[in-house]
Design a binder for this molecule. Structure first.
Ligand SMILES: Cc1ncc(COP(=O)(O)O)c(C=O)c1O
Length: 397
C-alpha cells in the first residue's frame, strides 16, 4: 500500500470528540450525560437570522465572489465599526468560519516549518490548522496558578528564533477564559515590532467578557496595523456555528492579495449564509450582550460549584464560555473515560474535555480539564455536584 503524507500523521484526533463513543454507550444504558466538553452553544439561533434566510429572494445560487458578497463585507465592516475597529469592506475577506481564516492566515505568513508562537493551553484545532499550513507551533506555556496569564514579556522573548514569523493570540481565550491585560497586549505588540512578526488575533469570543470588562482588540495598536490579521466569526456570538461564516481582516494589502488567491482556489463561501447573517452583523450587539450576561451567570455557577469541592482551587474564567481547572487527579483522561464507563450519580454523569489535548507540549495538562458552559445554571450546578461525587469515588486518584 502507498503510504500517506507526513502531514497526515500530524493531524490529531479531536480530544473533545474522542470520548463520544463512550458517551453514546452510557446513554444507551439509560444514563443522562451532561456534555461539558463541547463549545456548541445550546441557545437558539436568533429568529431574525432564520427569518432573513426564509425571506431571501434567491432563484439562482451561483458562486459568490471569492472575496465575499459586497453586502457581507459591508456588514462585517459595520460590525467592526461598532467596536471602534476600522476595517473598510475591501480590507475584509469572507471565509468559511474563523477556521478557514486561521488556516489561510497561517499559510500566508509562514510555511516550510516556520514557527508561530501560541499560548498553551490553546484551541486544539490550531494544531491541525498548523499541520495543514506546514507551520510549527511554538508554545508559551501558561499556568493555572497564574490564571493562565503570561505577565512577563521575557516569557515571549525566550521563545523567539530566526524561524519565528507570527504570534497567534486568542482573546478572550478558548480554553482558559483568560482575557489578556493591557500590559500583556503591549508586550505582544512590543515583541512583534522588535522581532518583525505578524500578529494573528482570534477574537471570535470578543463579546464574551465578564464582570463588565472589555476585550482590548489588538487593532488599537495603530503602529502595528500592517502586522495585524484579525480572524472572526458569527459562530459563537450569534449561536450560529452551522452557518459557517467568518472573515479575515487586515490593513496589509500584500496579505489581502495573497489570501484572496487562496479564496479564489476554493471559489467561494455559501451565498445564502453570507446574506442571512447581514442584519445580525449590523444590529446584533444587544443580542450578544444578553448572551454574555447568561454566560456570566453560568460561569458563576461553575466557579462556585468547583469552589465547594474539597482540594480544588478553581480558576475564575474572565471571558469566552469556558474554564479550565486542575483536578486532584493524575490522569484526567482516565477520569473522563471512567466517568462515562463506570460512574453515575443519581442516574447521571458528565463528559469532560481532558486538558492534555489543549497543550502543544506533550505531557502537560494531564491533571486539568476544560469545562464549557453550554447548559442552564441549574444543570451546571447539578453537573458540579456530580463532579464532586465522582472525584470522591474515583479509584485511581
Ligand atoms: C478560539 C476559536 N477560534 C476559532 C474557532 C472556529 O470557529 P468557526 O466556527 O468560525 O470556524 C473556534 C471554534 O470553536 C474557537 O474556539
Amino acid at each position: 500500500m502507498p503510504v500517506l503524507s507526513p502531514k497526515s500523521a500530524k493531524l490529531q484526533q479531536s480530544p473533545i470528540r474522542k470520548l463520544a463513543p463512550l458517551a453514546r454507550n452510557a446513554e444507551a444504558r439509560g444514563t443522562e450525560v451532561i456534555y461539558l466538553n463541547i463549545g456548541q452553544p445550546d441557545m437558539p439561533t436568533p429568529p431574525e437570522m432564520i427569518a432573513e434566510l426564509h425571506g431571501l429572494a434567491l432563484n439562482r445560487l451561483a458562486y459568490a465572489p471569492s472575496e465575499g458578497l459586497p453586502e457581507s463585507r459591508e456588514a462585517w465592516s459595520a460590525f467592526f465599526a461598532g467596536w471602534g475597529i476600522d476595517f473598510s469592506p475591501d480590507e475584509i475577506l469572507v471565509t468559511a468560519g474563523a477556521s478557514e481564516a486561521i488556516t489561510f492566515a497561517l499559510s500566508v505568513v509562514a510555511g516550510g516549518g516556520d514557527e508561530v508562537l501560541v499560548f498553551e493551553p490553546c484551541y486544539t484545532n490550531y494544531l491541525s490548522f498548523a499541520a495543514q499550513a506546514d507551520v510549527k507551533m511554538v508554545p508559551i506555556t501558561l499556568k493555572v496558578e497564574d490564571g493562565y496569564h503570561f505577565g512577563d514579556i521575557d516569557r515571549l522573548r525566550k521563545c523567539i528564533t530566526p524561524r519565528s514569523r507570527a504570534i497567534l493570540l486568542c482573546n478572550p481565550s478558548n480554553p482558559t477564559g483568560t482575557v489578556y491585560t493591557e500590559s500583556e497586549l503591549e508586550a505582544v505588540a512590543e515583541i512583534a515590532v522588535e522581532h518583525d512578526l505578524f500578529v494573528i488575533c482570534d477574537e471570535v469570543y470578543r463579546e464574551f467578557v465578564f464582570d463588565s470588562g472589555q476585550v482590548r482588540s489588538f487593532t488599537r495598536f495603530a503602529d502595528l496595523a500592517q502586522r495585524i490579521i484579525v480572524v472572526d466569526s458569527v459562530s459563537k456570538r450569534f449561536n450560529a456555528c452551522g452557518v459557517r461564516i467568518g472573515c479575515l481582516a487586515t490593513k496589509n494589502r500584500e496579505i489581502l492579495d495573497v489570501t484572496l488567491r487562496f479564496c479564489q482556489a476554493r471559489l467561494s463561501v455559501a451565498t445564502a449564509e453570507q446574506l442571512m447573517v447581514v442584519p445580525m452583523l449590523e444590529n446584533g450587539r444587544s443580542y450578544s450582550e444578553r448572551l454574555c450576561g447568561e454566560y456570566q451567570r453560568r460561569r458563576d455557577a461553575v466557579f462556585s460549584g468547583l469552589s465547594l469541592i474539597y482540594g480544588l482551587e478553581p480558576h475564575r474564567s474572565e471571558g469566552s464560555f469556558y474554564t479550565m481547572t486542575r483536578l486532584p487527579i493524575d490522569s484526567c483522561e482516565d477520569f473522563a473515560a471512567w466517568l462515562l464507563r463506570d460512574f453515575t450519580h443519581e442516574k447521571s454523569t458528565i463528559c469532560l474535555a481532558p486538558g492534555e489535548g489543549f497543550y502543544v507540549t506533550p505531557g502537560l495538562g494531564t491533571d486539568e480539564v476544560r469545562i464549557a458552559f453550554m447548559y442552564d445554571v441549574a444543570t451546571l450546578k447539578r453537573a458540579m455536584r456530580i463532579l464532586e461525587a465522582a472525584i470522591k469515588a474515583f479509584p485511581e486518584r
